[in-house]
Design a protein around this ligand. Structure first.
Ligand code: FE2
Length: 146
């Protein structure tokens, strides 16, 4: 059970860090095709934000305090901060790599939820994995040459 709790904290904090970075890029992207990238990051950010409260409450339902302070997010997330304002192509590449990290954390938590016989939690995590799979597709497609 301790392993599941740890995996859930990691999955939540990594998701939250991903959300913060997507919003950072949504706001700070520049270039002649600004709107295209602004909307791509915004679409991803919106989807993740819509599910974050539910995610936090799933942790509470499992008697886990949500790791949502700045320090806790940093400690539990597998995503590292991006301090500089990157060129738009680098923003996409960075978010694509970070999305893989979210996917890995969610998959680890999902497998432990299933192993510990929490089908509801497993179903939620499975939906989050699917959503991030789609984010990965959009980011990957945006990296391809025209
Ligand atoms: Fe916006």
């Amino acid at each position: 059970m301790e392993e599941l709790n740890k995996a859930l904290k990691c999955a939540f904090a990594t998701t939250y860090a991903f959300l913060v970075k997507a919003e950072n890029f949504h706001w700070n992207v520049t270039g002649s095709d600004f709107l295209q990238y602004h909307e791509l990051f915004g679409k991803i950010y919106d989807e993740v934000e819509d599910e974050l409260d539910d995610f936090a409450e799933k942790l509470r339902a499992h008697s886990i305090y949500v790791p949502a302070s700045f320090t806790q997010l940093k400690d539990h997330s597998t995503i590292t901060d991006t301090l500089e304002v990157l060129p738009k192509n680098e923003m996409v590449r960075t978010l694509y790599i970070d999305n893989i990290k979210v996917h890995e954390c969610l998959l680890a938590a999902y497998q432990l939820a299933e192993a510990n016989k929490y089908p509801g939690l497993g179903a939620f995590l499975s939906e989050r994995i699917d959503a991030h799979h789609k984010h990965g597709w959009m980011l990957f497609s945006s990296m391809q040459p025209t």
